[in-house]
Design a protein around this ligand. Structure first.
Ligand code: SF4
Length: 197
């Protein structure tokens, strides 16, 4: 397992081995990764083919399930992944999950940037899921879940974003400006012109 999504993470770098500091077992962490990889693959399919009704709820549920220690029930995590794959299969038969090991073993800048996006999406999903339970939703927010998940699995987007950060003088700007710049890079026209969520 590899998990470094919370401040309890082992040695400040990542929980590995049989279980995490929070008690999450390695198989649970792996199932959470599989669910995330399945969602990223579905998001990429939706980017090409459009998002059918109900798909955003799948993303909200799946992202919420993978937040830190929200759900350690392997069967329920696997059921979520099965629902996601079923939807993907309907849209693009034969599509494979995104392999999260690619992210965890990527260049540290890319890994950091994509993780920032992914963990942010998970946090957003916690609020969006509860809002949905109260009868509220926002299409713009829903679509951003799909955009963000597709970006996590998009190698060219991450590389382009890191290049742009490297070329800018972000050290002289306040943290808020850096956050805005990262957000803008994720919405870079060269990538988002071809989206069709
Ligand atoms: S959620 Fe658990 S396994 Fe993941 S970094 Fe935090 S303590 Fe470690």
């Amino acid at each position: 397992m590899f998990c470094f999504q919370c401040e309890q993470t082992a040695k400040g770098t990542g929980c590995t081995g049989a279980c995490g500091v929070c008690g999450k077992q390695c198989d649970t962490a792996d199932f959470q990764d599989e669910l995330t990889g399945a969602m990223a693959a579905l998001a990429r399919v939706c980017r090409e083919k459009g998002a059918p009704e109900g798909v955003f709820d799948l993303f909200k549920e799946g992202l919420f399930v993978t937040v830190t220690n929200v759900n350690f029930d392997n069967d329920s995590i696997r059921r979520e992944a099965a629902k996601v794959r079923e939807q993907t299969e309907k849209l693009a038969p034969g599509t494979k999950d995104y392999d999260m090991k690619r992210l965890w073993s990527a260049d540290e800048d890319i890994r950091s940037l994509k993780s920032l996006i992914l963990f942010g999406l998970r946090g957003m999903a916690a609020y969006a899921y509860h809002a949905k339970m109260l009868g509220y939703s926002d299409e713009k927010v829903d679509r951003f879940f799909a955009e963000g998940l597709a970006a996590v699995a998009d190698e060219s987007t991450a590389a382009a974003s890191v290049d742009e950060v490297d070329q800018s003088d972000i050290s002289s700007k306040p943290a808020s400006a850096v956050r805005i710049k990262l957000g803008l890079q994720l919405r870079a026209p060269h990538f988002f012109e071809r989206t069709s969520f």
